[in-house]
Design a protein around this ligand. Structure first.
Ligand code: ZN
Length: 170
């Protein structure tokens, strides 16, 4: 593992559907405001939406730490149409007009490399319907998430992940 995931011990409200197979990752940002939210804060907001709890599996804080959201054995609630077979990553901040900071980008690439190895995902491949295995929220539905700037560098991120996986654990 390249990235330590900070366990958060969040309590979920009701039964969640188990994941059958993780085959990809969908990347999100906070949007609206360029804020640094904890997994616990997002958890409370999503419970307020009437959900079981935080809909993302990992939260990337602005200092580069990665917090556990929903356990990976349960389907997320982050991307209708892709929840059954993807992990949801939440990158804290608003990336319309600016990029994530260096600490977040490093954590993102390293974490993607970990999950690609764990689940046998080729970061340069795509689903039969044409969606990239590592995609942005806006690939699946009309939203500006994960922000035009973060979205614009997904091709480079996929390439960096492929190189990290090829080199093995650093
Ligand atoms: Zn999103």
């Amino acid at each position: 593992m390249r990235v330590e995931i900070i366990e958060t011990g969040l309590i979920f409200e009701m039964g969640m559907a188990p994941v059958t197979a993780v085959r990809g990752v969908v990347i999100h940002h906070t949007g609206a405001e360029d804020v640094d939210l904890s997994a616990a804060e997002i958890h409370q907001m999503h419970i307020g939406n009437g959900w079981a709890g935080i809909g993302y599996h990992k939260v990337f804080r602005k200092d580069g730490t990665v917090e556990r959201g929903r356990p990976e054995e349960y389907q997320g609630a982050h991307c209708p149409g892709a929840n059954r077979f993807t992990l949801g990553y939440h990158i804290c901040g608003c990336f319309s007009g600016q990029l994530p900071n260096e600490a977040q980008l490093q954590a993102l690439v390293a974490s993607l490399a970990d999950d690609c190895e764990k689940y046998g995902i080729n970061p340069l491949e795509w689903f039969p319907d044409g969606h990239d295995l590592i995609s942005g929220h806006c690939d699946w539905l009309a939203t500006e998430c994960p922000g035009d700037m973060l979205y614009s560098i997904l091709p480079q991120i996929r390439q960096q992940v492929a190189e990290a996986v090829q080199q093995g654990t650093i």
